[in-house]
Write a protein of this length. Structure first.
Length: 565
């Protein structure tokens, strides 16, 4: 009814995150749950009389007694705690489970009738299981003991967003084209009672990010297209796709009313981080202004560069010029490859702790953020174009982009550095080893450095093998070793800053230690920094500030003329 706002929060003194409600016109918040485990996600029921939410499964009596007695050993290598779906009825403040304890719920969407919840989930709660082996299910909101969710259709590979039609007869979801597709970027629909799913965007040269119904026969789809984002209207009757919005702000999430007349999104541009935008007429209008001081800052000019790879494939990247750039000047170049490899670099606000593009621009660098083959935003085929060839032509795409910028006279080819995180860190490790002659400096963040040891220790053994390599590394050890930075240590001279979180389970910190010790043995200038309590990226403010300053100083020492500011 729009009178209340619900949110998940943890107030001072709370042991864990809970569900809260506050009146839309302000006042004191009211805690709605006292769950024994953290509340994760939630959604209102259509009538506003209750909510559904997920929380980590609590220990039962036997499990608690075993833990207290020290009988807490673990069999196998799978981690993860199932998130159980619960119903909270505001009248009486009663809570009861809707799914069994052994069923994991990853995403949820309540039906318009309020009688069911569509969920992405399954029997496995580990990262590999939730990424690759989930399904689309229907959970009834009914009294009594929780029943096993109804599986609605057969799926293969990654799954993403969900939406119900206005009548509640159809469910739309985002999923992979097949098991080897790197993204859940295809729009599918299925009968809400179950049946065979129908794909609607297999031939689309973009990647869907969010989906919403407009009535019963049309969809609104937020998608990445090349270096921009777009909103499409998709007809279920004939498959026709019509662009509603774009290019414009880079949208990272959106919602719309069931008639499609009202739409809001969080979007950023080259001039500001994410703000709230709303649809006015046929364009998005900015509604919030959270960083007014940015209007007084001088920023580096941003543009999109396109070049041709060695095999004729067109590659694009986002370029940021130095703040004080003058035509005809040549500058040092910093290449910031995104992760994934199914990530994407877009023409928006590209400055954050791990990728400080504008900070480099303020210090006299040209910045290139390339969308090499394997990136999202250009359809399924482009996303699979690096299968079986990791570190091969995809890296050559980046080298071709550097060559194009050198040929333009914009950058000094003798002063090039590369820095990235995760798969972008893998690229940086290749730059520091296999391609050391071309790179004077590198920052290797949370990177894969040895494909064989990574496969045996990472939480994404299946995901990486199936959607990136499209082969099992154990079956082709010679190939994956050849594509490992560790195989190319000899002769490395690149000054390399190696950075990793000590609690990283995606890419274990041992990957950083392997590279650091090998580079040190080879005589290359190198430094290793471990950040405690950090996972696959840096979250603590003190760590972020230390890292960014260390990163900038490391590159300045190698790429800027001595005495330059």
């Amino acid at each position: 009814d729009g009178r209340s706002i619900a949110y998940v929060g943890r107030r001072e003194g709370d042991a864990r995150a809970q569900l809260w409600r506050i009146a839309g016109d302000g006042g004191e918040a009211e805690r709605l749950t006292d769950a024994p485990t953290p509340v994760r996600t939630f959604a209102w029921l259509p009538d506003g009389k209750g909510l559904v939410f997920t929380a980590d499964r609590d220990l039962d009596g036997t499990e608690r007694a075993d833990r207290e007695a020290g009988r807490d050993w673990k069999l196998g290598d799978l981690d993860g705690t199932a998130r159980q779906l619960h119903l909270l009825e505001l009248a009486g403040s009663t809570t009861r489970p809707l799914t069994p304890r052994d069923f994991h719920v990853e995403h949820l969407r309540v039906s318009p009738r309020g009688d069911a919840v569509a969920v992405i989930g399954g029997a496995r709660a580990d990262v590999d299981g939730t990424m690759m082996y989930g399904g689309v299910f229907r959970v009834a909101i009914a009294s009594g003991e929780p029943k096993p969710p109804q599986k609605l259709c057969e799926t293969a590979g990654k799954l993403g967003d969900l939406a119900w039609s206005r009548s509640g007869d159809t469910i739309a979801y985002l999923g992979a084209a097949d098991l080897s597709d790197p993204t859940a970027g295809v729009v599918w629909t299925v009968d809400a009672r179950g049946g065979k799913p129908v794909a609607h965007t297999l031939d689309y040269a973009g990647t869907a990010q969010r989906v919403r119904f407009v009535g019963d026969d049309r969809l609104l789809v937020l998608a990445n297209e090349d270096t921009h984002s777009a909103v499409l209207r998709v007809s279920l009757a004939d498959g026709k796709r019509t662009r509603v919005l774009g290019p414009g702000p880079i949208c990272h999430g959106f919602d719309a009313t069931s008639d499609g007349k009202a739409l809001v999104c969080a979007g950023d541009t080259a001039l500001h981080p994410a703000e709230v935008f709303a649809l006015v007429g046929r364009s998005l209008r900015r509604r919030t202004f959270s960083n007014p001081d940015l209007d007084r800052k001088q920023l580096g000019e941003q543009s999109v560069l396109r070049w041709t790879a060695s095999d004729g494939l067109e590659i694009a990247g986002v370029v940021t010029l130095p703040v004080a750039h003058r035509k005809g000047e040549r500058h040092p170049l910093v290449v910031l490859p995104h992760g994934g490899p199914e990530g994407i670099s877009q023409a928006g606000w590209n400055t954050r702790a791990g990728y400080p593009a504008q900070l480099f621009a303020s210090r006299g660098y040209v910045v290139l953020e390339p969308n090499y083959r394997g990136s999202s935003g250009r359809g399924v085929a482009f996303g699979k174009a690096d299968h079986g060839d990791l570190g091969g032509r995809e890296f050559e795409d980046v080298l071709a982009g550097i060559d194009a910028m050198v040929a333009q006279g914009l950058v000094d080819g003798d002063r090039v550095g590369m820095g990235g995180w995760s798969y972008g860190g893998y690229f940086s490790a290749l730059a520091a080893t296999q391609h050391s002659k071309r790179f004077k400096a590198a920052m290797v963040g949370a990177a894969i450095t040895n494909w064989l040891s990574f496969t045996g220790t990472s939480e994404i053994e299946h995901e990486n093998s199936l959607v990136h390599w499209n082969l099992w590394p154990y079956d082709q050890p010679e190939l994956v070793w050849k594509r490992s930075p560790m195989a190319h240590i000899k002769g490395s001279k690149t000054a390399t800053l190696v950075v990793h979180g000590l609690d990283d389970t995606r890419v274990p910190p041992s990957q950083a230690k392997e590279l650091y010790r090998a580079l040190r043995h080879a005589g290359a200038p190198t430094e290793l920094v471990f950040y405690p309590r950090e996972g696959h990226g840096l979250a603590e403010r003190a760590h972020q500030l230390d890292f960014v300053q260390r990163y900038l100083d490391w590159f300045d020492a190698e790429l800027q003329p001595r005495g330059a500011e």
